[in-house]
Ligand binder design. Structure first.
Ligand code: ZN
Length: 376
């Protein structure tokens, strides 16, 4: 996943926004300021409309954020670590490092999000009623009404019982509890998620054919839901396929290295072109301090390759996102690569020393072989 910009942290959880958030912010600001508010308050000036529109949009995003924070705080209190929340198109994603341990934890973590949205919806709708009673200008209470309604809509949408939406997680926790099988529960809950996704895509297209452009939102949401459902299930299957394999079983060791003070020219000629690896360890004083990949070199313009050193472009080995302990499960390596959008990780031992490299293709090869042995 694309890294976001860090906004700050709340209860020890990093809050990031993805670049797609800006697009969605603009779209919603435009919808509110040019579409919804003018209808509700025809006498408002354009400046008023855009200022109140911006505040309304910010309140909407704050609501989304609180929904995600509620999941994360609950998850952290139940021992499922959430490392960060990323806000992007259609809301937020809380990145949990692992699955909840038991059905009850999953149920609590899932349900608390929609509950938060309902409470927020109630608060904004309450404000709307009070402001209307106090005869505050129509523009202001119309904004409150919209934020209140959208929070209720958010709660309802998220309670669709298709995994990985909150409602789908609630369903999975119930099935998990009933069948005592996480695998079976996930399979059913994510099939339903995919089903809802396809249904939304279908409905969206029908709406668009009928001339309602808003159908496009349904198509986009449906597509996101069905692909998220499919990938959640694949992830679980991967966990099963790679269940008893550890990072040290698959890593390449020892690591081929390049000295850190070599220029990019020298690194390319003496290493990348000679040995056909696409990544090397970076060495300084007999220990490995980082990882350098072909794409790290390619980010520097060619005419600077005789001045820039490997140490300047490498991925630091001390960053948690580039390393994994050799005793971790292989599936953890796979997840970490996906989270950090990288194809390789440095493998460390207990003392933190780099002892190997694990690559995405090593993992995929094993999945193919095992998948073949299991009859597809
Ligand atoms: Zn949620």
């Amino acid at each position: 996943m694309v890294e976001g910009w860090r906004l700050g942290s709340l209860f020890g959880i990093n809050i990031e926004i993805n670049f797609t958030w800006l697009i969605i912010f603009g779209l919603i600001l435009w919808t509110v300021s040019a579409g919804i508010l003018p209808g509700a308050a025809p006498d408002a000036s354009p400046t008023e409309l855009w200022v109140i529109g911006a505040i309304t949009t910010l309140l909407f995003f704050a609501s989304l954020l609180l929904h995600e924070v509620a999941h994360s705080v609950m998850a952290n209190s139940l021992g499922t670590e959430v490392s960060r929340i990323t806000l992007f198109v259609f809301g937020g994603v809380s990145q949990m490092k692992n699955e909840p341990d038991d059905p009850m934890s999953e149920f609590k973590i899932a349900i608390v999000g929609p509950l938060t949205s309902i409470v927020l919806g109630g608060i904004f709708l309450g404000l709307y009623v009070v402001m209307q009673q106090l005869e505050v200008p129509r523009l202001y209470w119309s904004a409150m009404l919209w934020v209140g309604q959208i929070n209720i809509a958010l709660a309802i949408f998220n309670m669709i019982p298709g995994f990985p939406l909150d409602g789908g997680r609630v369903l999975r926790s119930i099935l998990w509890n009933t069948w005592n099988s996480l695998e079976r529960a996930t399979r059913i809950a994510s099939s339903i998620g995919r089903g809802f996704g396809y249904a939304m895509i279908g409905l969206g297209f029908i709406a668009m054919l009928a001339g309602a452009l808003g159908g496009l939102w349904f198509v986009a949401l449906g597509w996101l839901l069905s692909s998220a459902a499919a990938s959640s299930y694949q992830q679980l299957q991967m966990r099963r396929t790679l269940g008893d394999v550890y990072v040290h079983d698959l890593m390449s060791s020892p690591v081929e290295t390049i000295p850190q003070d070599l220029t990019l020219n020298e690194a390319a000629e003496e290493h990348f072109m000679r040995v056909h690896f696409t990544a090397f360890g970076v060495e300084q004083n007999d220990s490995i301090v980082g990882l350098v990949r072909m794409q790290d070199l390619q980010q520097v313009p060619r005419d600077q390759w005789d001045r820039v050193t490997v140490g300047e472009v490498m991925q630091q080995a001390d960053s948690e996102e580039r390393t994994i302990n050799s005793d971790e499960e292989a599936v953890e390596a796979m997840m970490e690569m996906a989270r950090n959008d990288t194809g390789r990780l440095l493998v460390t031992d207990h003392s933190g020393e780099v002892i190997g490299i694990i690559s995405h293709s090593d993992l995929q090869r094993l999945i193919r072989v095992r998948g073949g042995l299991n009859g597809g």
